[in-house]
Design a protein around this ligand. Structure first.
Ligand SMILES: Nc1ncnc2c1ncn2[C@@H]1O[C@H](COP(=O)(O)OP(=O)(O)O)[C@@H](O)[C@H]1O
Ligand SMILES: [Mg+2]
Length: 272
């Protein structure tokens, strides 16, 4: 039995924030705990793409951030290839890479410069780096003339592609993708998915991808976890989930389990 890529036991995370009770006067806001993850258990074996599906606010990014050592759990333990995300955070960081919708770049620098910076940071820059960068960007369908232009001149979709290319450059063992194709047009989405499949075929990599795009989950993921309100409601192969929960599609399964669509937002208290 190999060491799991991800092993989470009883992980909870809550955020304290000021909220107004329904019906309370507008000035009255009390501190409240918002539970983002509720005693989560999860084991993911190495290799393969596991998807996390859930509406906004269901705890997907919190889970990704904990695995990426950006947040610490309130209770429970989380391990990546056996390393504890709190006590052995440095080891975890060496094996993990994260792509998120709000990717951070040096906006005045070009994609090429940003990628070299990342490669150096992770100690993987070498003579083959430029060729590798060009190769990945080509796969992503990014016009090669943008590779030396400042990031700030690129479209959102192009920036997102560079973020994905960058995460592959550093050869992580566990790739955490937080809505990597949100905001991309259908064609760019397809290109990103193709790249993911190509790169996966080349190397041993475990991918955890959050999405609320059903088609993407069906196309990419061997296994899907459905989350709502910080809990996992269903876990299995897409076809298996459809069969067990009686839905023609994953969207149908989610509807069946929660009575709502994945596009729906968690109700949030809005300040007046
Ligand atoms: N830094 C934070 N401070 C306060 N509340 C937060 C913070 N991060 C997340 N939350 C809350 O935790 C819940 C889960 O958020 P998140 O993990 O971002 O969900 P998702 O990625 O599925 O949209 C939401 O209700 C969100 O508002
Ligand atoms: Mg999120």
């Amino acid at each position: 039995m190999s060491i799991p890529a991800i092993e989470i036991q009883g992980v909870s995370k809550a955020f304290r924030r000021r909220e107004r009770e329904a019906g309370a006067p507008w000035w009255r806001r009390d501190w409240k705990d918002k539970v983002a993850l509720h005693e989560l258990d999860l084991i993911v074996q190495p290799g393969g793409v596991t998807g996390i599906l859930g509406p906004n606010g269901s705890g997907k990014s919190t889970l990704i951030r904990i695995l990426g050592t950006l947040l610490t759990p309130d209770t429970g333990t989380a391990r990546v290839f056996g390393w504890d995300v709190v006590k052995e955070a440095l080891q975890v960081r060496r094996h993990v890479n994260r792509v998120s919708v709000e990717a951070a770049f040096f906006k005045e620098l070009s994609p090429w410069e940003n990628m070299v910076y990342a490669a150096r940071l992770y100690g993987s820059a070498g003579s083959g780096t430029r060729r590798r960068v060009v190769e990945i960007l080509e796969l992503l369908g990014l016009p090669l003339d943008v590779i030396d232009q400042p990031m700030k001149q690129l479209s959102r979709g192009q920036q997102q592609k560079v973020a994905i290319a960058r995460s592959f450059l550093t050869a992580p063992s566990l790739l955490l993708m937080d809505e990597p194709t949100t905001g991309l047009d259908p064609r760019s989405k397809k290109e990103v998915q193709t790249v993911l499949e190509t790169l996966r075929a080349e190397r041993e990599i475990t991918v955890l991808v959050c999405t609320h795009d059903m088609n993407e989950a069906e196309a990419l993921c061997e296994r899907v976890l459905m989350m709502d309100g910080g809990r996992v409601l269903a876990d299995g192969r897409p076809a298996e989930l459809c069969r067990i929960h009686g839905g023609a599609t994953l969207e149908g399964v989610f509807m069946h389990l929660t009575g709502k669509t994945l596009e729906a937002e968690e109700p949030e208290e809005v300040a007046p």
